[in-house]
Ligand binder design. Structure first.
Ligand code: GLU
Length: 611
């Protein structure tokens, strides 16, 4: 148990950074070197000592800061932020979903993850999505996984928090009951088709005439306020065994596509849901140690693989073609993403069900063979297949025949949220939370005012297990199994001390947003804010179609096109128009015990620091 800080702390809101930063990215150069020894921090920057929160919404940031201000620790603040986000960013996460809460405890220097990932119900089968496309499956009850968030938060508060669940819920209850003014991001997303599919969702997030809510609209959510108050009064039991459980089971029977789309969750599935506590996956990059999310996420393993593949190259160098946005840098980022996503597709999933060859994937043996596919001046013309890491894991050597496995790509949703907190003692939480697609399944639990996830469409929609080819079906549906995630809450350590923590939403692009941010901090030596604001590049399939944000040097993009790379939005061209991720970060200078934060203007990222 972390002792509760004895005295009240004063808080200063740090006006968050933000406006115009995206536009300024084009001029980012590597001239802001960190001289503090901590990536992202220029020596002498004042920073904070009483804690910092970095969140994608100012009202949720304030909910976390208010907990820190009254003596709560990082775990307490994270719980308050998560519940507040359920109210003010309802499209992205909440009690109807799940997430990964990575915690670093200063006392004992331990890093662990509370895994509240949704599970498939006991009646789930590998072929349950047969005949459905992603849109059909993801808007039907069949996609709803058993929500884990509330039990995960409750467990974290019990073990490492210092406030009761009811106190963590209080700011969210007030926001839902009294209402708040919706921002640009939420207003825009109320226009997505998913808010119109079910009457309870349309009643909350559309106007009476069916049009989207305008920015500035005051959103009051009395049903959600009542639900959160019920949980505050009765604990998570009311959700997992009581009246809310019964309402969830009824709601996930909704199906716009008839009988096959009905959810299979039962009261027993809810009653028996258990969060897991996991050790982080760990790897090294240029003298730093990274800890990130293990299976059932693919986030940590894929990130570490890609970093290790890049390590032999002078990514941050000032030679021709290197450095931020350099043509060699962008080309190699693209290529390692193609390789990483090939291996991810076949080998990663919930390793409580199918063994994941984590050590093999991160071994020198495997990565040297994968790295041999890279060339600075040439693109892999064929989409890389997955290679087999098991020989490296078992015998420390690749097989001579170099067996490969075909990869099947599937488009998934893009949403989720990430926030990061450090408290005055140096405990840190890096938390990615999700209901999968924006607005989850689109199903609001009638009478209870919260959205149900569509997390089960993160499984393979078509089963892939194939003994003949050797595909283990790592991410095929099975009863009780967690769908493979891309979420990658990440922490960076120098000489054993935590110096950075961050993560991002964005479906499979999460892994690449975290990769971009890591390179910006460690290789390009940007400030924490620059590293977040800089335009990103992302590839989420071995075929390698590039998504990129405005502001990357055109000459480099033209070079990539000449090498044969393809770009998503603008066939035949190289115009970058994507909007990728939303990174919230903190940094800590261990020697001075100073804390820093930066947040992403792609949403309404907000940093609040306490002196
Ligand atoms: N469900 C996704 C995952 O766990 C995250 C959803 C998203 O960011 O779109 O990887």
């Amino acid at each position: 148990m972390i002792p509760r800080p004895a005295r009240r702390r004063w808080c200063t809101a740090l006006a968050a950074i933000l406006a115009g930063l995206l536009g300024a990215c084009a001029q980012i150069s590597a001239d802001r070197f960190s001289r503090s020894g901590v990536p992202g921090i220029v020596a002498g920057e004042p920073g904070f000592a009483g804690g910092v929160v970095s969140v994608s919404h100012p009202l949720a940031a304030e909910a976390g800061a208010s907990v820190l201000r009254t003596g709560g620790n990082a775990i307490d603040a994270a719980a308050a932020i998560l519940f507040a986000l359920n109210v003010v960013e309802p499209q992205s996460s909440g009690i109807g979903g799940g997430g990964f809460m990575m915690i670093h405890l200063r006392d004992g220097d331990r890093t662990l993850v509370v895994d509240s990932r949704e599970t498939a119900p006991a009646a789930a089968t590998a072929d349950m999505f047969a005949g459905m496309d992603f849109r059909q499956a993801s808007t039907s009850g069949i996609a709803v996984g058993v929500p884990g968030m509330l039990r995960g938060i409750e467990l974290a508060l019990d073990r490492w928090g210092s406030i009761p669940l009811a106190q963590a819920l209080a700011p969210a209850i007030a926001l839902a009951r009294d209402g708040f003014t919706i921002n640009t991001d939420l207003a825009r997303r109320t226009g997505l088709p998913r808010t119109a599919l079910q009457p309870e969702t349309a009643a909350r997030f559309r106007r009476k005439d069916g049009s989207p809510l305008p920015e500035g609209h005051r959103l009051v959510q009395p049903e959600l306020a009542r639900t959160l108050a019920l949980v505050a009064a009765q604990g998570s039991e009311v959700f997992y065994r009581g009246e809310i459980a019964r309402a969830i089971v009824a709601a996930q029977r909704r199906s716009p596509i008839g009988e096959t789309g009905r959810g299979r969750m039962t009261l027993d599935d809810l009653a028996t849901y258990r969060p897991r506590i996991r050790a982080a996956v760990e790897g090294n990059y240029r003298g730093f140690t990274l800890r990130s999310m293990p299976p059932p996420s693919s986030g940590g393993l894929t990130l570490l693989m890609m970093l290790r593949l890049l390590e032999p190259y002078p990514i941050g160098g000032d030679g021709d073609g290197w450095g931020f946005g350099g043509r060699h840098t962008l080309h190699l980022m693209t290529e390692v993403m193609r390789i990483g996503f090939a291996d991810r597709a076949v080998w990663m999933g919930d390793d409580d069900f199918v063994p994941v060859p984590a050590a093999g994937l991160l071994s020198d043996c495997f990565l040297s063979a994968r790295g041999a596919l890279l060339a600075v001046d040439a693109r892999m013309m064929n989409a890389p297949e997955a290679a087999d890491p098991w020989p490296c894991q078992r015998h420390g050597a690749m097989r001579d025949d170099g067996t490969t496995l075909a990869v099947h790509d599937e488009e998934k949703g893009i949403d989720t949220t990430h926030f990061t907190v450090v408290d005055h003692e140096g405990n840190v939480v890096s938390f990615t939370a999700t209901i999968e697609s924006a607005w989850g399944s689109g199903i609001t639990v009638p009478g209870y005012g919260f959205l149900l996830n569509n997390e089960l469409t993160d499984f393979n929609l078509v089963p892939r297990a194939n003994p003949a080819s050797g595909n283990p079906g790592s991410n095929d549906v099975a009863p009780g199994k967690r769908p493979r995630s891309s979420m990658a809450p990440t922490m960076v350590f120098r000489n054993g001390e935590l110096v950075l923590a961050y993560g991002s939403p964005g479906g499979a692009t999460i892994i690449n947003s975290v990769l971009n941010t890591t390179l910006n901090l460690i290789d390009h030596r940007m400030s924490l804010q620059q590293a977040i604001s800089a335009p990103r590049l992302s590839v989420t399939s071995p075929a390698g179609t590039i998504q990129c944000e405005e502001g990357l040097p055109q000459a480099s993009l033209d070079h990539l096109a000449r090498l044969g790379h393809e770009f998503r939005l603008d066939a035949g061209g190289t115009r970058c128009t994507a909007n990728i991720g939303s990174v919230q970060a903190i940094a800590v200078e261990p020697e001075r015990a100073r804390q820093h934060g930066a947040a992403d203007a792609r949403r309404e990222g907000t940093v609040i620091g306490l002196p």
